[in-house]
Design a protein around this ligand. Structure first.
Ligand code: NAG
Ligand code: NAG
Length: 337
C-alpha cells in the first residue's frame, strides 16, 4: 500500500518544463531615473507633433452645417409641429442659403445629421431581420421584426422591422444661382454591406403600407443591394447624435460663393424633440472635422513632458544613490525611533 501511494503521488508531480517553472527568459528592467526620464521625454517628443499635425489637418477641413428643422417650420404651426409634418397638404419645401467660408475641393460630402435620435435603443436595434435582407427565400423570417412584421392581410413586409421602417426621408437639392449642382448618390454605402448583407435578388414588398408611415419609401423595382440610402440608414449609429452620408458633390465650391439648398422637410423629428441638420464637408487623411485625436495626443504629450520635467528637477536637486536601503520604510522608521 505504501508503495502504491508513493507511485501515485509521484505521478502527480508536474512534468518539468521551463514554462510551468517560470524559467523562460524575461526582461527585467531596472527603472533608473535616466531610463524613466528618457522614456517620458521620448513619448512627449512623439506625441506633441502628432497632435499638432492632427489639429492642423482637422483645421483644414472645410465644413458647413445648417440646422433647419426649426427654420423650416412655418410660423403658423410653431405650436403644433406634428400636425404640420403629418399632414399630406402642407408645403414641405424649404429654401436655405449657405455661404461657402473657404474654397472646398471635391469630393464634397453631404450629410444629414440627427440629434436626440437613439438608433442604439435595444428594441430598435433588434427590430430587423438580417436573414430576410440577404435571401429572397427568407421573406417570412420576420419573427424579430415586431411591431413592423406583417401587413394587416398577413403578408410579410420586406424589409421588416423598425430600423427600415424609420428610414430618413428628407431630400436635398443644391443650386448655384439657377444651376443645379449634381449630387452623386452612388457609392455612399459600404461595399461589403452591398455585397454580403443586402441581397441583389431581394426586392422591397409591402413596405410603408401600414396605417402609420415611419419614413421614406423604397423603389420596388430595385433590389435592396442598390438601395444605398436604406443600407446607410440601417447601419445603426452608436450615439444619439449622428451623421449619415447623403451623397457627394464632385465639383469644387469657391470661397464666398452662395449656394441654395431646397429641402423637402418630411421627417418627423418634432415628435421626440430631435434636431435636423444638413452638413457639407470636405475630407482629408484624418477624415472629417474632428479635433479629438489632436487634443488627445497633445494631452498625452503634455502630461509626459510635465512628468519628465518633474523627474529631472528632482533628479538634479535631490539625487540619490541607486538602491540605497536606508530609504526602505522599515529602515526609515527605525532611524526615526
Ligand atoms: C416621411 O416620414 C414621416 C415620418 O417621419 C412620415 O410621416 C411622412 O409621411 C413621410 N413622407 C414621405 C413623403 O415619405
Ligand atoms: C471673401 O470675402 C472676404 C470678406 O468679405 C474677402 O476678404 C475675401 O477676399 C473674399 N475671398 C474671395 C476668394 O473672394
Amino acid at each position: 500500500m505504501d508503495a502504491s501511494t508513493r507511485t501515485r503521488s509521484s505521478s502527480k508531480k508536474p512534468k518539468y518544463s521551463r514554462f510551468t517553472q517560470q524559467e523562460l527568459p524575461a526582461w527585467k528592467p531596472i527603472l533608473t531615473p535616466k531610463w524613466v526620464i528618457t522614456s517620458f521625454v521620448t513619448i512627449a517628443i512623439l506625441f506633441t507633433p502628432a497632435g499638432l499635425l492632427c489639429l492642423w489637418a482637422s483645421e483644414h477641413v472645410v465644413e458647413i452645417v445648417d440646422r433647419y428643422d426649426d427654420e423650416c417650420l412655418p410660423g403658423t404651426f410653431s405650436a403644433n409641429p406634428e400636425s404640420y409634418i403629418q399632414s399630406k397638404n402642407t408645403n414641405k419645401t424649404c429654401v436655405r442659403t449657405l455661404k461657402v467660408p473657404r474654397k472646398m475641393i471635391a469630393p464634397i460630402f453631404i450629410y444629414y445629421q440627427l440629434d436626440n435620435f437613439y438608433q442604439n435603443h435595444r428594441r430598435y436595434v433588434k427590430s430587423r431581420s438580417d436573414k430576410q435582407l440577404r435571401d429572397p427565400d427568407d421573406a417570412d423570417e420576420t419573427d424579430d421584426c415586431k411591431p413592423i412584421d406583417h401587413t394587416i392581410g398577413d403578408a410579410p413586409i420586406v424589409p421588416c422591422g423598425l430600423v427600415a421602417w424609420s428610414l430618413f426621408n428628407d431630400t436635398y437639392k443644391f443650386f448655384k444661382g439657377n444651376k443645379v449642382i449634381d449630387i452623386d448618390k452612388k457609392g455612399i454605402a459600404w461595399e461589403s454591406d452591398k455585397k454580403y448583407k443586402f441581397g441583389s435578388d431581394v426586392y422591397p414588398k409591402n413596405f410603408q403600407k401600414g396605417a402609420l408611415i415611419g419614413g421614406g419609401e423604397l423603389d420596388e423595382s430595385k433590389p435592396l443591394s442598390e438601395q444605398e440610402d436604406l443600407i446607410v440608414w440601417m447601419k445603426n449609429s452608436a450615439l444619439p447624435t449622428f451623421r449619415k452620408l447623403y451623397g457627394k458633390i464632385n465639383t469644387d465650391l469657391e470661397a464666398n460663393e452662395t449656394i441654395t439648398v431646397v429641402i423637402q422637410n418630411n421627417y418627423n423629428t418634432y415628435v421626440f424633440g430631435g434636431e435636423k441638420k444638413v452638413a457639407l464637408s470636405t475630407a482629408n487623411w484624418i477624415g472629417g472635422k474632428n479635433d479629438f485625436f489632436g487634443i488627445t495626443f497633445l494631452t498625452v504629450g503634455g502630461v509626459c513632458f510635465l512628468v519628465a520635467i518633474n523627474f529631472i528637477v528632482l533628479y538634479v536637486l535631490k539625487p540619490r544613490p541607486l538602491g540605497d536601503p536606508t530609504h526602505l520604510s522599515w529602515n526609515r522608521n527605525q532611524g526615526a525611533q
